[in-house]
Design a binder for this molecule. Sequence first.
Ligand SMILES: Nc1ncnc2c1ncn2[C@@H]1O[C@H](COP(=O)(O)OP(=O)(O)OP(=O)(O)O)[C@@H](O)[C@H]1O
Length: 329
Amino acid sequence: MTPERTIPGYSLLRPLGRGNTSLVYLAAAEDARYVALKIPHEHTLKEKEAAERFGNEVRLTLQFRHPHIVHAYAGTAFGTQAFLALKFYRQGDLTKQLADLPSGQRLPEPTALRILADVASALTYLHHLDAVHQDVKPQNVYVHDGRAALGDMGSAFFMSQGGKVSGSPFYMAPEIYHGESSSGASDVYSLGVMMYELLTGVRPFTGSSYEELMVAHLTRFPRSIAHLNSNVDRRVSRLAELALAKRPHERPSADELRRALLESLGELPQDEIYEECPDTPEVVAVGRKVGRHRPAPAAGPAPLPPPDPAAADKDIDRSSRWKLFRRRK
Ligand SMILES: Nc1ncnc2c1ncn2[C@@H]1O[C@H](COP(=O)(O)OP(=O)(O)OP(=O)(O)O)[C@@H](O)[C@H]1O
């Protein structure tokens, strides 16, 4: 991958990955700290819808502030200098960590439960703001030191403002297949798919085409989680299965899932409290267990040890992904 342009203030070090919208580089900021620098493709900038998706991602990622949402340091939403500087996750997204597991193995339960609790916490925050993410899946989850953060706000929107319906076929709720609008409940369904996948090692709905997956999501019921992994706490498996309910109103909330996941880790779940930040229009998350979370300080990200040069060779080509409402895998 060669950069189509450079971004003032950042030195590009090596490619980290490629998505439909952008190339992502490991870059050094002027203060010599590492960031994951997202640069939209030339064709993204030329297509109105794609450029708007990138601009939306920049705007919302800078706006959301939560310990389990990928942190943005800086960004420009539109134009030839468009970019988004994100916290760099050296292990990449969760799909890579899942792919590295020996065949037939799944993540240890406490690891999976912690990741899922963190993602449920991110969704609790977004839904509290009346926002929906629309693309919850392991590819958009980043893990560092066992703690997870949800990324890719490109499809997110505030319910009051409306947005284009989208999703990824393995994770997409039945109502989205029906062409209805997204809601917090459709994010919960996607989280339910991820819960099932991480806790059992297999996806609840499979198919080799979009149509097969649609039939599976609309008409099939997966085997019980307990049947595939008897170690999973009964309340967690019951709620994960309820999260996969075909009808949105039958699903639990993200916060119910968060609480059940934390309890199964032996923790006492606390309320998540969000405060209006006086000097910005942003809403700032204050998690009792994780401390106070204010908007990004002027200083850059924490310095990291030198990047692993071997990892630079791993280019991720996802160009063959499906297209439907932005059909994505
Ligand atoms: N913060 C990060 N830290 C480390 N690697 C990252 C980070 N953000 C993205 N990447 C890598 O870059 C790849 C492409 O990123 P991403 O999928 O977000 O691109 P995109 O073009 O916005 O996606 P989409 O196809 O959904 O439009 C990811 O799969 C991941 O491997």
